[in-house]
Design a protein around this ligand. Structure first.
Ligand code: SF4
Ligand code: SF4
Length: 304
């Protein structure tokens, strides 16, 4: 009998659902073992039919998200947090910086394309005060971060869940698929604000540019350093950062940059703290990072 798969999208950009469609011909293989009983990117389905596997994209930002997530959890046997918004809050988690009133003001009244109308009335879905990842609301069985997860990892994860031999999901970082080489470059300065560098085959860290590849789980196959841009960490932290309380993005990157260039670790760490909303953007709403004993994320950023 085919496994029944149901999907839902909460607050996000729907890019993770599009990534499912990006499976292309693998969808045909998948159809031999499973049927989608709910897939909002392709078909409208307001109900929550019972299913074996539930796949949820997006973070919880509103009452509507919360209600949909609870109904989803009740209707499926196994629940997968799919994509960085569901797993960590993702870009949606940046809403934490401002609170719901500021978000409403900015989006509906002050935005450059707004006509300055009265804004949504009482019938609009109320926003919650903060954005949270889905496991803050319901139990989650499996996590597949990525913004969006690469179709290779979606196929591998679904294959494993459907009982096939599957391909083990790598526990390595983005660096494992990056072709740039870490080279010693003594005396290189920290290039604040830079996301690119001149030498195409040399690691950004060697060139004084902060790249989060070494502290980010590989769920993407490293497209950004291949295209000439430092990794922004959109797939969320590496497993050592997740499991070890005192390991954090900034101290691991600072140590690596020190070894490659001689840069003072304290200068790199200070740079991380000054720009925490950027370097921690994808996991800002997740206790995985902000509850670490060495991280004062919310104090560094300020705001609410
Ligand atoms: S730190 Fe960035 S540039 Fe360096 S090897 Fe890792 S992914 Fe590539
Ligand atoms: S290289 Fe980094 S920023 Fe680019 S897709 Fe992968 S995790 Fe995201």
């Amino acid at each position: 009998m085919k496994a029944r798969i149901s999907t839902e999208w909460l607050s996000g950009c729907s890019g993770c659902h599009v990534a499912v469609v990006d499976l292309h011909e693998k969808l045909v293989n998948l159809a031999e073992h499973a049927q989608f009983v709910r897939l909002p990117v392709l078909a409208d389905e307001k109900g929550y039919p019972e299913a074996d596997i539930g796949i949820v994209e997006g973070a919880v930002r509103s009452d509507h998200d919360r209600e949909c997530l609870l109904r989803m959890r009740e209707s499926v046997k196994t629940l997968v947090a799919f994509g960085s918004c569901a797993v960590y809050g993702g870009p949606s988690g940046l809403g934490w910086l401002y609170g719901k009133d500021a978000v409403m003001e900015t989006v509906y009244r002050e935005g450059p394309t707004n006509a300055g109308g009265p804004g949504p009335d009482a019938a609009a879905v109320p926003l919650e005060e903060s954005v949270v990842p889905i496991d803050e609301v319901v139990p989650v069985d499996f996590y597949l971060p990525g913004c969006a997860p690469h179709p290779y990892f979606i196929a591998a994860g679904l294959g494993a869940l459907l009982g096939g031999k599957g391909t083990p999901l790598t526990e390595k970082t983005v660096c494992s698929e990056c072709t740039r080489k870490m080279r010693k470059r003594p005396g290189v300065a920290l290039r604040k604000g830079a996301v690119t560098a001149e030498e195409p085959d040399v690691c950004f860290l060697s060139q004084g540019v902060v790249c989060l590849g070494s502290v980010t789980l590989n769920r993407c196959k490293a497209p950004c350093p291949a295209a000439g841009t430092a990794c922004a960490g959109c797939a969320g932290p590496s497993l050592d950062v997740i499991t070890e309380p005192h390991l954090d993005l900034r101290n691991l990157v600072a140590t690596r940059m020190h070894k490659l260039t001689g840069l003072e670790p304290s200068a790199v760490k200070a740079y991380f703290e000054e720009n925490a909303a950027t370097f921690y953007a994808y996991a800002l709403a997740s206790p995985v990072l902000y509850k670490k004993p060495t991280v004062e994320l919310r104090e560094w950023i300020g705001g609410r």
